[in-house]
Design a protein around this ligand. Structure first.
Ligand code: SF4
Length: 220
């Protein structure tokens, strides 16, 4: 086992102890289609804001067929508090039409097929596969994951696909969904994009970017 895989094991164990063993997305949903819609809406928007609008949206558009038969503008009144809502409405209706026309109304279960839907990139595909179907086909990389993975020295890239490959190499396949959600939890909690609060971090004695470690080294 490589040094990085050993390090990754320590990181995972500690983050699980701190944030939980089986992480779930904080986007409310009751089926894979709702999760896909919520994930599209969550781009550059906090999950909590998305959770405010989706109950009304899903009450009005009950199922993928209803979305497919709608125009993007029909969605505006329900999602206009969300950033970039016009483009997101276009993506949601486009994805619904493609799912109805090409997949028999069922959300596809592979990254390749999901990736081809309008407005659905690899990150969204990974979120839907892992949280909607329990399939670990990749690791969803968002801004939090990018920051945390770089500070932990598990990647040197800012490109999601390179980061995903680097993390897939060192973390166990069964843990890929957990890795993404645990890094997001750490990123929201103490390792934020704006500042790192290493004194409150469970990794502060092993992380190469830890300020606590440097302080200790200085005082030793
Ligand atoms: S020790 Fe600091 S830099 Fe490292 S993961 Fe924790 S908060 Fe981020």
């Amino acid at each position: 086992m490589s040094y990085n895989a050993n390090f990754a094991g320590i990181v995972l164990r500690r983050l699980k102890r701190r944030y939980g063993n089986q992480m779930r997305t904080s986007l409310d949903h009751t089926n894979p289609w709702q999760l896909l819609v919520a994930t599209i809406l969550s781009a550059q928007t906090q999950d909590a804001r998305v959770n405010v609008v989706t109950p009304g949206l899903f009450r009005r558009f009950n199922g993928v067929d209803k979305f497919a038969r709608s125009r993007p503008a029909d969605l505006y009144p329900y999602i206009k508090s969300i950033g970039l809502y016009k483009g997101k409405a276009r993506s949601i209706v486009g994805a619904a039409r493609a799912i109805v026309e090409e997949h028999g109304g069922l959300v596809p279960k592979s990254i390749a097929e999901l990736d081809r839907l309008p407005g659905v990139g690899r990150k969204t595909a990974n979120v839907v596969l892992s949280n909607g179907f329990g399939i670990n086909d990749g690791i969803a990389i968002d801004t939090h994951c990018t920051v945390v993975a770089n500070r932990l020295g598990l990647t040197r890239s800012r490109h999601p696909e390179v980061i995903e490959r680097d993390l897939m190499r060192v973390f166990d396949h069964n843990e890929w969904s957990n890795v993404s959600l645990l890094f997001i939890a750490l990123g929201r909690d103490v390792c934020t994009k704006r500042a790192k609060h290493c004194e409150g971090c469970v990794l502060n004695d092993v992380c190469p970017s830890s300020t606590v470690r440097r302080d200790r080294a200085r005082t030793r």
